[in-house]
Ligand binder design. Structure first.
Ligand SMILES: [Zn+2]
Length: 273
């Protein structure tokens, strides 16, 4: 990661060049958005192109720009009543994703949904058997016991042995404070890799709109060649479902392919280490 420093002459030149590139880029983004968005989106689209992309574009340039662009879409808290719609959309766009499932959602009703998800080549990761933060993180041992229960259920009931894990609330949540290294170390001993995210759709906080989810993902992903995108798959994720087709169209237009996290190296928030 480079931070642009405008102190020296060459850096000033670089900065000016960057701004010119940004303008050209912005025009292109505007054109693409105009092409892909429905008419009802166009008013908000103006906000995105005039203000939204500017801030992040001028601050950070990722190393290795020529690296292949792969987006790792992740959906937490499923399976749910929305999973099948998510799977349909992923299928239409030829995209694979990772689903961090919770034991409470592994009902008989949802069984065929998880079976379809597995059959279609998406990855299953462990999230929590019981997603209540208070109960999951109650003691040093409670979350390990919870993890074992979910792991055993997936093995016995679905015949799968996932090796991906996402801490409920992410590794930077208050319940993990001072325990991150120890907890991740323990997961490594169990043969698991842990994943936070570097892009959040913010689809499970506050009152998200279809457009806010779209904007958060597209603006966030633009900073990375290999973004890990946090979205949710729960019974109340209707807005996520509605945003997903446009998200996939735009990411594909920007040259991203899609893989499951089984193909990516571990990612933990820097500030939680
Ligand atoms: Zn969750």
């Amino acid at each position: 990661m480079k931070i642009i420093n405008t102190n020296s002459k060459s850096e000033v030149l670089k900065s000016m060049l960057g701004k010119l590139l940004f303008l050209a880029n912005g025009a292109m983004v505007g054109l693409l958005l105009g092409m892909v968005l429905q008419p009802s989106w166009q008013e908000e689209q103006a906000v995105l192109t005039s203000t939204g992309l500017q801030g992040q574009q001028s601050v950070r340039i990722e190393e290795g720009q020529k690296e292949e662009k792969i987006c790792y879409l992740t959906f937490d808290d499923g399976p749910s009543k929305k999973t099948e719609e998510i799977l349909d959309i992923l299928q239409e766009h030829n995209a694979k994703a990772t689903f961090f499932v919770i034991g409470n959602s592994l009902t008989e009703e949802n069984r065929p949904i998880l079976e379809r998800l597995i059959k279609e080549g998406h990855a299953v990761g462990l999230h929590a058997n019981n997603h209540s933060y208070e109960e999951f993180y109650a003691t040093e041992e409670s979350w390990k016991e919870d993890w074992i229960q979910l792991k055993e259920r997936l093995e016995k009931e679905y015949g799968i042995s996932p090796t991906l894990f996402r801490f409920p609330g992410g590794s930077a949540c208050t319940y993990m404070k001072g325990r991150v290294q120890e907890h991740i170390g323990w997961m490594h001993e169990q043969g698991f890799t842990c994943f936070d995210w570097n892009v959040s759709g913010e689809d499970a906080v506050g009152t998200p709109t279809v457009y806010s989810i779209y904007k958060n993902v597209i603006q966030g992903a633009a900073k990375y060649n290999t973004p890990i995108v946090l979205l949710h798959d729960s019974n109340v994720s209707q807005k996520t479902v509605e945003a997903l087709p446009e998200i996939l169209k735009e990411l594909t237009n920007k040259g991203y392919g899609y893989e499951t996290l089984e193909k990516r190296k571990e990612y933990i928030f820097r500030n939680s280490r």
